[in-house]
Design a protein around this ligand. Structure first.
Ligand code: FNR
Length: 179
């Protein structure tokens, strides 16, 4: 199975990026996780959507070819970060690569609520784009700065255990989707 991870942060030391990198290693026997970069995507603009820069074309191709999208996002001002909204705008138009593409979401923040509001909004957006979303299995990682060490490893045992169960639930659900 080929999974692409879209990270809602372009910060070099992003906790959400580190989380995706941790999952990439921990679950390498179960699936291939490619972390896509959204840093090169320009602002979405209808004037250029029919003739977008190569970064957009390549990014959309990778999403189209993936079996599923894992969204790993922080929360900004009680919602998804602007860079993630911009990314979704690109993915939502023309060839609509998210249509029918299974999705699942995780998110981390140093705050205690662990991206609850951002994920609530992201779920609504994915619903409107007809991207089927893993039901339940809500992963809100609060106080993430205390749960990831300097080597980028998730060291909070209960969070790792929960993540393991969510990954298994995702795989079961994905296989059911395929019929
Ligand atoms: C934040 N942060 C934040 N955290 C949160 O839990 N709820 C929020 O609404 C916000 N709002 C917010 C707005 C802006 C503009 C910034 C820069 C930050 C804090 C945020 O969770 C923190 O910076 C994370 O570390 C960002 O994620 P990455 O880059 O570490 O993945």
């Amino acid at each position: 199975m080929k999974i692409v991870a879209i990270i809602g942060s372009i910060r070099k030391e992003s906790y959400n990026l580190k989380l995706a990198q941790f999952m990439q290693k921990r679950y390498q026997e179960k699936f291939t996780l490619e972390i896509l970069t959204i840093r090169e995507l320009p602002f979405f603009n209808e004037d250029i959507e029919n003739n977008p820069p190569s970064a957009v074309i390549e990014f959309k191709r990778k999403v189209a070819e993936a079996d599923t999208v894992l969204w790993v996002t922080p929360e900004y001002n009680g919602t998804i970060p602007g860079v993630l909204g911009n990314t979704i705008d690109w993915l939502s138009r023309e060839d609509k690569v998210l249509f029918g593409k299974p999705s699942w979401i995780i998110g981390a923040t140093p705050g205690f609520l662990g991206t609850v509001k951002a994920q609530l909004h992201l779920r609504e957006i994915l619903f409107s784009l007809s991207s089927p979303l893993l039901p339940g299995n809500e992963v809100y990682i609060g106080a993430v700065h205390q749960k990831i060490n300097d080597d980028g490893e998730l060291i909070d045992e209960s969070t790792v255990k929960f993540l393991d169960s969510v990954v298994n639930n995702f795989l079961l659900w994905f296989n059911q989707q395929k019929g």
